[in-house]
Design a protein around this ligand. Structure first.
Ligand SMILES: Nc1ncnc2c1ncn2[C@@H]1O[C@H](COP(=O)(O)OP(=O)(O)OP(=O)(O)O)[C@@H](O)[C@H]1O
Ligand SMILES: [Mg+2]
Length: 227
């Protein structure tokens, strides 16, 4: 078993004025290559906080996050930037660039990584085809449905060949039928392409697509179930 992600006694405190908020209170989590983990929990339980720490987008107050063989806390800025390129993140609100087409949005991380134009285009077109958007490549986000936008966001997250995919409420802003279609796609990424996935959600029906389900409550993992 290859461990891709590991947290040890992970804590995160925020200050709200001068009142401390204990968002995570000692989370121990290990994700192996090929896992599809759902983190289920009510609003405010710390799901996004945990996901941001797993994506090296934020720093812990205590405890540690290991990504592959690296302890995130000892990396310098350029090492962190390199590491982040290999992490795919999909957020609830898509975060697409509105003036760019679907294809240009998917190409964006590849431009940043200095891929030549023709290669960028080829990778973006392949990925958009894979997520079922072959005939939507030149649409801007405003010309796409919520489910289509989320597919573009997934294609963009996959463009840099990430070691794993983190998803924060990927179905939070789409209707339930579209959500099921999207989850079928996500499930296929895991089963057919071996992608390691950590998805946070407050929706039990979405968690059913995962192979492991963790329940987060008040910043702690309360239990783990296997689907
Ligand atoms: N930047 C911040 N400053 C202060 N408190 C914060 C901050 N971000 C989150 N919190 C608090 O930390 C706790 C966990 O928040 P988090 O966003 O991780 O919850 P969540 O499980 O993702 O909730 P939701 O399902 O509503 O997205 C909450 O009590 C929240 O109010
Ligand atoms: Mg959240």
């Amino acid at each position: 078993m290859v461990t891709v992600l590991q947290t040890e006694n992970l804590e995160k405190n925020y200050m709200l004025g001068n009142i401390p908020v204990h968002a995570l209170r000692g989370v121990n989590l290990e994700v192996a290559e090929g896992d599809f983990v759902a983190i289920l929990g009510p609003s405010g339980s710390g799901k996004s906080t945990l996901l941001n720490l797993l994506g090296a987008l934020d720093t812990p107050s205590a405890g540690s996050v290991r990504i592959g063989n690296s302890d995130v806390s000892v990396l310098n800025d350029s090492e962190l930037a390199l590491l982040r390129r290999r992490i795919g993140i999909v957020f609830q609100f898509f975060n697409l660039v509105s003036r760019l087409t679907a294809r240009e949005n998917v190409e964006l991380p590849l431009s940043i990584a200095n891929f030549p134009r023709s290669k960028r285009r080829e990778i973006a077109e392949d990925l958009l085809e894979m997520v079922g958007l072959k005939d939507r490549m030149t649409h801007k986000p405003s010309e796409l449905s919520g489910g289509e936008r989320q597919r573009v966001a997934i294609a963009r997250a996959l463009a840099s060949k990430p070691q794993f995919l983190l998803m924060d409420e990927p179905t939070g802003n789409i209707d339930s039928k579209t959500a099921k279609e999207l989850m079928t796609l996500v499930k296929d990424l895991n089963t057919k392409h071996g992608m390691t996935i950590v998805m946070v959600t407050h929706d039990r029906t979405m968690a059913k697509y995962a192979t492991r389900v963790l329940e987060l409550l008040d910043g702690q993992i309360k239990k783990e179930a296997c689907n």
